[in-house]
Design a protein. Structure first.
Length: 334
């Protein structure tokens, strides 16, 4: 028998049966199909390709490095582009601020060089305008509407004073009204029209133009008391003006005259309502813009009290008062 005592019995029993026509395969080509006695576990080690673990890892690592480098480069370019855009925006903002400051400085510097245009008097009146006033040029855009409203309130009050003169004249002629009321109406028109412009409209105009807390304080103080005065005119107390009280009384004497006086009362009422509205609106802007009494006091100290003429006048007044007190104190001794 040619049986191998060390052969695998299963390999022998289940080995394929070779026919006579089937060619015999060489031993080198029966690596996996032959029996276990022909198998050499170390024979095909050189033919087995090494595991591509190291090469694959190195290949993946190189690709990741390149990807990270591209990503960092792209982020750096994006940051540089954003930084350049921010610099351009900052330069544009600074340029606009500089232009605005130059315009404001030039406007303030050229105010004295511009021709005065207010009040707009006719050419035949031998009086020249006293002020230069242009809300669209001198007032910032966000405050132009407010200043325009205050200016319209001033015009309504002047209109009320004018109508009051006419109504007082008709009241005196046709309803036996007092002569003193007509004279007082004329005095009010000639006195309060320029005073209203100088003491509460012009301060609020300069307050918004120069960003001045002191002028705001002047506006609030003067217009508040002027509103109380206008309330008396609106009511028509003691024949002070053609208001509601004497207008209602005149309806029993002359209806046409009472209607003219009613127009005066309505104008005073509109002026009073406009003054209250102007006070509230300007005060709202004043509180929202960060102004305060301390800032107004500082502006007054640095502006008015720092002026040489004011200092000279104050020094002269102090010297005169001290001299008068000294003379009065020493007069009884000698």
């Amino acid at each position: 028998m040619n049986s191998n005592p060390f052969a695998d019995p299963f390999a022998i029993n289940y080995a394929p049966v070779r026919t006579e026509d089937e060619p015999v395969q060489p031993a080198a080509n029966r690596g996996t199909t032959g029996t276990s006695d022909d198998f050499n576990p170390f024979a095909n080690q050189s033919n087995v390709a090494p595991a591509p673990t190291h090469q694959g890892a190195s290949g993946l690592g190189g690709g990741a490095t390149v990807t990270m480098s591209d990503e960092l480069f792209r982020k750096q370019e994006e940051l540089e582009r954003k930084s350049q855009e921010l610099r351009q925006r900052e330069e544009e903002l600074n340029r606009r601020q500089q232009q605005q400051q130059n315009m404001n400085t030039g406007a303030h510097a050229n105010t004295s060089q511009r021709p005065h245009n207010w009040p707009p008097l006719p050419a035949f009146i031998p009086i020249e305008p006293c002020f230069y006033q242009d809300i669209e040029v001198e007032i910032p855009v966000q405050f132009q509407k407010t200043v325009t409203v205050v200016y319209y309130v001033f015009l309504i009050y002047v209109l009320a004073l004018t109508v009051n003169v006419v109504a007082s004249m008709f009241y005196m002629i046709f309803a036996k009204g007092p002569v003193g009321q007509l004279l007082l109406a004329i005095i009010q028109l000639c006195l309060f029209s320029p005073c209203s412009f100088l003491f509460w409209f012009r301060p609020v105009y300069k307050a918004f133009r120069n960003d001045s807390s002191f002028n705001f304080m002047v506006f609030f103080f003067v217009l508040f008391f002027h509103s109380l005065f206008t309330l008396v005119q609106t009511l028509g107390v003691s024949s002070y003006a053609c208001g509601w009280i004497n207008t209602i009384e005149t309806f029993g004497v002359s209806v046409p005259v009472a209607l003219i006086m009613l127009l005066s009362a309505l104008c005073f009422t509109a002026a009073l309502a406009g003054m209250v509205y102007a006070l509230l609106r300007v005060h709202k802007l004043y509180r929202g813009s960060g102004f305060s009494i301390d800032k107004a006091r500082q502006e007054f100290t640095n502006g008015v009290m720092a002026d040489r003429n004011v200092q000279a006048a104050a020094s002269a007044a102090t010297t005169a008062a001290a001299g008068a007190a000294f003379q009065q104190a020493t007069q009884g001794r000698f």
